[in-house]
Ligand binder design. Structure first.
Ligand SMILES: C[S@@+](CC[C@H](N)C(=O)[O-])C[C@H]1O[C@@H](n2cnc3c(N)ncnc32)[C@H](O)[C@@H]1O
Length: 213
């Protein structure tokens, strides 16, 4: 009798992650939007909104090879729920193998509300995004951000990152404008210079207008 191949947890080491990331970037350059996984420093900045107590539910968008997932996991108390939505099937499989504690959802962040509803989740404490926003048009950005606003409500938080050099570009300015339309509070973090390329975070709270619960 032949048995199914055993899925062994892979150590979350940097070289394996870089290989998996590079392979995904070659397969789908228009989906990855980065040359390397985020640094732990950037991940820690983005994960700073993740509650360290209670039974929080945290959703990560575009988890890639898990660089930010690890910084989220480092803060989470026992009993927390950490869902990672990743569109790329191979990266989703990589995450499942390397991080057995992570609830990996292979799917499109554009379907965020439905993906969460399928798992019995209607509100969350934090959404942390690693999505390549510059690759999405304004309608897609707005639709995902409206869904994020809906699930974080008045009490949760949302973080995402942007590359420092792209700040003056039209797509980055449009994204910033949409963030300000969707959230009452949009703060910019310090720049993480030791990220490739240097990046900063947006920390957003309190959905504005109709998006608020
Ligand atoms: C810039 S990489 C960031 C990866 C990782 N979070 C990090 O910071 O190293 C963007 C990730 O978002 C994923 N992605 C792109 N579009 C997506 C979508 N519509 N829904 C879910 N994931 C998406 C890509 O496959 C990729 O893993």
């Amino acid at each position: 009798m032949t048995s199914a191949p055993e899925l062994r947890p892979e150590p979350a080491d940097g070289r394996a992650a870089r290989r998996a990331f590079l392979a995904a970037a070659v397969r789908h350059p228009a989906q990855i939007g980065a040359v390397a996984p985020s640094s732990g420093r950037l991940g820690a900045v983005l994960a700073s909104i993740v509650p360290c107590r209670g039974n929080p539910v945290v959703v990560e968008l575009g988890a890639g090879t898990g660089a930010i997932s690890d910084m989220i996991a480092a803060r989470l108390p026992a009993g927390a729920r950490h869902l990672a939505i990743e569109v790329d099937p191979e990266l989703s499989e990589y995450l499942r193998r390397s991080r057995p504690g992570l609830e990996v959802v292979q799917g499109d962040a554009a379907q965020l509300a439905a993906l969460l509803a399928d798992r019995g989740v209607s509100s969350v404490d934090a959404v942390v995004s690693g999505l390549p926003w510059a690759l999405f048009d304004g309608v897609a950005q707005r639709s995902i951000l409206d869904q994020v606003a809906e699930v974080v409500g008045r009490t949760g938080g949302f973080t995402t990152f942007a590359y420092r050099h792209a700040m003056p570009m039209a797509a980055a300015r449009r994204f910033r404008r949409i963030l300000h339309e969707v959230f009452e509070e949009v703060l910019i973090t310090r720049t993480v210079w030791r990220n490739v390329p240097p990046a900063f975070g947006y920390v957003c709270r309190r959905p504005a207008g109709a998006a608020a619960r």
